[in-house]
Design a protein around this ligand. Sequence first.
Ligand SMILES: [Zn+2]
Ligand SMILES: [Zn+2]
Length: 148
Amino acid sequence: MKIAHDVSSRATCNRRHVGAVIVRERRILTTGYNGAPMGLAHCKDVGCHMVNGHCIRCLHAEQNAIIQGALFGVSTSGATIYCTAQPCNMCAKMIVNAGIVKIVVGGEYPDEFALQVIQEAGLELVYCHIENEISKDVIESDKNSSSD
Ligand SMILES: [Zn+2]
Ligand SMILES: [Zn+2]
Protein backbone atom coordinates (compact mmCIF):
# COMPACT_ATOMS: atom_id res chain seq x y z
CA MET A 1 0.00 0.00 0.00
CA LYS A 2 2.93 2.28 0.65
CA ILE A 3 4.08 1.68 -2.90
CA ALA A 4 0.56 2.41 -4.20
CA HIS A 5 0.64 5.75 -2.35
CA ASP A 6 4.05 6.42 -3.86
CA VAL A 7 2.70 5.67 -7.35
CA SER A 8 -0.25 8.03 -6.70
CA SER A 9 2.20 10.92 -6.47
CA ARG A 10 2.59 10.61 -10.26
CA ALA A 11 -1.12 11.33 -10.87
CA THR A 12 -1.76 14.24 -13.23
CA CYS A 13 -5.40 15.08 -12.37
CA ASN A 14 -5.86 18.14 -10.17
CA ARG A 15 -8.85 16.73 -8.31
CA ARG A 16 -7.63 13.47 -6.83
CA HIS A 17 -4.42 11.46 -6.74
CA VAL A 18 -4.92 7.70 -6.80
CA GLY A 19 -2.40 4.90 -7.16
CA ALA A 20 -2.84 1.18 -7.87
CA VAL A 21 -0.42 -1.74 -7.75
CA ILE A 22 -1.23 -5.22 -9.05
CA VAL A 23 0.61 -8.01 -7.25
CA ARG A 24 0.84 -11.77 -7.51
CA GLU A 25 2.88 -14.06 -5.29
CA ARG A 26 4.39 -11.02 -3.55
CA ARG A 27 5.71 -9.60 -6.81
CA ILE A 28 4.59 -6.38 -8.48
CA LEU A 29 3.11 -7.02 -11.93
CA THR A 30 1.95 -3.53 -12.91
CA THR A 31 1.25 -0.09 -11.45
CA GLY A 32 -1.09 2.74 -12.41
CA TYR A 33 -2.08 6.26 -11.44
CA ASN A 34 -4.87 8.46 -12.70
CA GLY A 35 -4.06 10.59 -15.69
CA ALA A 36 -4.92 11.36 -19.31
CA PRO A 37 -4.27 8.72 -22.03
CA MET A 38 -0.80 8.64 -23.61
CA GLY A 39 -0.08 11.62 -25.84
CA LEU A 40 -3.04 13.68 -24.63
CA ALA A 41 -2.95 16.87 -22.57
CA HIS A 42 -2.92 16.41 -18.79
CA CYS A 43 -5.19 18.13 -16.25
CA LYS A 44 -2.20 19.62 -14.44
CA ASP A 45 -1.32 21.49 -17.65
CA VAL A 46 -4.71 22.38 -19.15
CA GLY A 47 -7.14 21.96 -16.24
CA CYS A 48 -9.68 19.24 -15.54
CA HIS A 49 -12.45 18.49 -18.03
CA MET A 50 -15.50 18.50 -15.82
CA VAL A 51 -18.78 16.80 -16.75
CA ASN A 52 -21.52 16.21 -14.15
CA GLY A 53 -19.09 16.87 -11.30
CA HIS A 54 -16.45 14.41 -12.54
CA CYS A 55 -13.21 14.98 -14.39
CA ILE A 56 -13.57 12.82 -17.52
CA ARG A 57 -10.12 13.48 -18.95
CA CYS A 58 -8.39 10.78 -16.94
CA LEU A 59 -8.15 7.05 -16.90
CA HIS A 60 -8.34 5.78 -13.34
CA ALA A 61 -5.33 4.28 -11.58
CA GLU A 62 -6.90 0.80 -11.55
CA GLN A 63 -7.69 1.04 -15.27
CA ASN A 64 -4.14 2.09 -16.07
CA ALA A 65 -2.71 -0.77 -14.02
CA ILE A 66 -4.90 -3.30 -15.86
CA ILE A 67 -4.13 -1.72 -19.26
CA GLN A 68 -0.40 -1.88 -18.52
CA GLY A 69 -0.83 -5.65 -18.23
CA ALA A 70 -2.49 -5.72 -21.66
CA LEU A 71 0.17 -3.45 -23.14
CA PHE A 72 3.08 -5.57 -21.95
CA GLY A 73 1.42 -8.98 -22.00
CA VAL A 74 1.27 -9.52 -18.24
CA SER A 75 -1.66 -11.63 -17.04
CA THR A 76 -3.56 -10.23 -14.06
CA SER A 77 -5.40 -13.51 -13.45
CA GLY A 78 -5.46 -14.50 -9.79
CA ALA A 79 -3.75 -11.29 -8.72
CA THR A 80 -4.33 -8.80 -5.90
CA ILE A 81 -4.79 -5.07 -6.55
CA TYR A 82 -3.79 -2.44 -4.00
CA CYS A 83 -5.73 0.81 -4.48
CA THR A 84 -5.17 3.99 -2.47
CA ALA A 85 -8.91 4.71 -2.77
CA GLN A 86 -11.89 2.39 -3.06
CA PRO A 87 -12.44 1.63 -6.77
CA CYS A 88 -15.42 3.20 -8.57
CA ASN A 89 -17.98 0.82 -10.05
CA MET A 90 -16.42 0.91 -13.54
CA CYS A 91 -13.01 0.02 -12.14
CA ALA A 92 -14.60 -2.65 -9.92
CA LYS A 93 -16.18 -4.26 -13.00
CA MET A 94 -12.85 -4.12 -14.86
CA ILE A 95 -11.05 -5.63 -11.86
CA VAL A 96 -13.55 -8.51 -11.84
CA ASN A 97 -13.05 -9.23 -15.54
CA ALA A 98 -9.28 -8.88 -15.29
CA GLY A 99 -9.40 -12.01 -13.13
CA ILE A 100 -8.20 -10.19 -10.02
CA VAL A 101 -9.35 -12.02 -6.88
CA LYS A 102 -8.50 -9.64 -4.04
CA ILE A 103 -8.75 -5.86 -3.56
CA VAL A 104 -6.86 -4.02 -0.83
CA VAL A 105 -8.34 -0.55 -0.31
CA GLY A 106 -6.46 2.30 1.33
CA GLY A 107 -9.05 5.07 1.28
CA GLU A 108 -12.71 5.97 0.93
CA TYR A 109 -14.69 6.65 -2.23
CA PRO A 110 -18.47 7.12 -2.23
CA ASP A 111 -19.58 4.42 -4.68
CA GLU A 112 -21.94 1.91 -3.08
CA PHE A 113 -22.55 0.02 -6.33
CA ALA A 114 -18.84 -0.74 -6.61
CA LEU A 115 -19.01 -2.53 -3.25
CA GLN A 116 -22.04 -4.47 -4.48
CA VAL A 117 -20.14 -5.52 -7.63
CA ILE A 118 -17.14 -6.66 -5.59
CA GLN A 119 -19.31 -8.64 -3.16
CA GLU A 120 -21.49 -10.20 -5.85
CA ALA A 121 -18.43 -11.28 -7.86
CA GLY A 122 -17.00 -12.93 -4.74
CA LEU A 123 -13.77 -10.94 -4.58
CA GLU A 124 -11.99 -10.61 -1.27
CA LEU A 125 -12.02 -7.00 -0.03
CA VAL A 126 -9.75 -5.80 2.74
CA TYR A 127 -8.91 -2.35 4.06
CA CYS A 128 -5.42 -1.09 4.73
CA HIS A 129 -5.49 2.54 5.78
CA ILE A 130 -2.03 3.98 6.21
CA GLU A 131 -0.79 7.50 6.68
CA ASN A 132 -0.84 9.27 3.32
CA GLU A 133 2.74 10.42 3.61
CA ILE A 134 4.87 7.59 2.37
CA SER A 135 7.45 8.15 5.07
CA LYS A 136 4.97 7.35 7.86
CA ASP A 137 4.75 3.88 9.32
CA VAL A 138 1.89 1.52 8.57
CA ILE A 139 -0.79 1.84 11.27
CA GLU A 140 -2.07 -1.70 10.70
CA SER A 141 1.28 -3.26 11.54
CA ASP A 142 1.58 -1.60 14.97
CA LYS A 143 0.20 -4.64 16.74
CA ASN A 144 2.74 -6.90 15.01
CA SER A 145 5.79 -4.89 15.95
CA SER A 146 6.84 -7.05 18.91
CA SER A 147 9.37 -8.94 16.76
CA ASP A 148 11.46 -5.80 16.24
ZN1 LIG B 1 -8.65 16.03 -13.97
ZN1 LIG C 1 -12.40 4.08 -11.20
